[in-house]
Design a protein around this ligand. Structure first.
Ligand SMILES: N/C(=N\O)NCCC[NH3+]
Ligand SMILES: [Mn+2]
Ligand SMILES: [Mn+2]
Ligand SMILES: [Mn+2]
Length: 303
């Protein structure tokens, strides 16, 4: 089986420099060889992010949205890349870069697997709309665009992006920093959410049983993994750290449980920012976990 690693060094969904360096650090840490050691045939490509950004002459805010044209251009291309990989019977592993990339990865997956479930592992819901966002940072909005919520039918996104996700397709794990507007959206849509409270209450084993009960055990799964889902003591080098996150094993158990289904069709590993973190050890630790989470999702087992 082939995994096609798509490096997307993109930071336009948020303001902190460095997250675009995430992919190179993951690759330099040996990710490709590690996946080969698991038995995967590994393809690697680099998204032409610089060239795509060069086509964006100016990028004034649209409403509150920041860098909308950059995010749209990059995610449009990423959607095509992911769809092409999936159509080829391969598994796309998209390395970020910030989480706005998921507009592209999930749209791409849905072109091949319209019934795919989306498992969103994150401290954040990333379901703000252009109307509810405070910051205008689009890495806080990808899920609303995929759902086609009010305010997301805007240029330039509406020139290429079609709503492709249904609320019942979506399940969250690890949430602990949800904006008020997002809480209302989640409630109104009845989205299935396992917050850190639920992880504490049930334990991660039971949570994953409940996740798979919800989405079903015989449908394609797109796993979108924001490394800030883990506690900042575990993955410090990330742009929006939030205390009280998943521990090392909980984070990996999620990936292992999804790998075990045999239904994984796409994986995103995002928000590794090597420019953040108090020292080199913090960066190396965060990058190493980006690699180990990838391996776990792609079938690495402890025994
Ligand atoms: N890491 C982030 N999303 O996953 N930051 C943006 C969301 C803040 N409400
Ligand atoms: Mn995120
Ligand atoms: Mn996050
Ligand atoms: Mn917040």
């Amino acid at each position: 089986a082939t995994v096609s690693v798509l490096s997307y060094p993109f930071s336009g969904g948020q303001p902190r420099a460095g997250v675009d360096k995430g992919p190179d650090h993951l690759v330099e840490a040996g990710l490709l060889k590690q996946l080969q050691s698991l038995g995967w045939h590994v393809e690697y490509s680099e998204g032409a992010v610089d060239q795509l950004l060069a086509t964006v002459k100016s990028d004034a805010d649209i409403g509150k949205m920041k860098q909308p044209r950059a995010v749209s251009a990059v995610t449009k291309q990423l959607a095509a890349d992911v769809a092409a990989v999936a159509q080829g019977g391969k598994l796309p592993l998209t390395l970020g870069g910030d989480h706005s990339l998921a507009v592209g990865t999930v749209a791409g997956t849905k072109r091949k697997f319209p019934d795919a479930a989306l498992v969103w592992v994150d401290a954040h819901a990333d379901i703000n709309t252009p109307l509810t966002t405070d910051s205008g940072n689009l890495h806080g909005c990808p899920v609303s665009f995929l759902l086609g919520l009010e305010g997301t039918d805007v240029a330039p996104f509406n020139e290429w992006l079609k709503p492709c996700l249904k609320p019942e397709d979506l399940v969250y794990i690890g949430l602990r920093d949800i904006d008020n507007g997002e809480k209302k959206i989640l409630k109104d849509l009845g989205v299935k959410v396992f917050t850190m409270h639920d992880v504490d209450k049930h334990g991660i084993g039971k949570v994953m049983d409940l996740v798979l009960d919800h989405i079903g055990r015989d449908r394609p799964i797109h796993l979108s993994y924001d490394v800030d889902a883990l506690d900042p003591t575990i993955t410090p080098s990330t742009g929006t750290p939030v205390r009280g996150g998943l521990n090392f094993r909980e984070g990996h158990y999620i990936a292992e449980a999804i790998a075990e289904t045999g239904n994984l069709v796409a994986l995103d590993v995002v928000e590794v920012n090597p420019s953040l973190g108090e020292d080199a050890a913090s960066v190396a630790q965060t990058v190493a976990i980006g690699c180990s989470l990838s391996r776990a999702a792609l079938g690495e087992t402890l025994l």
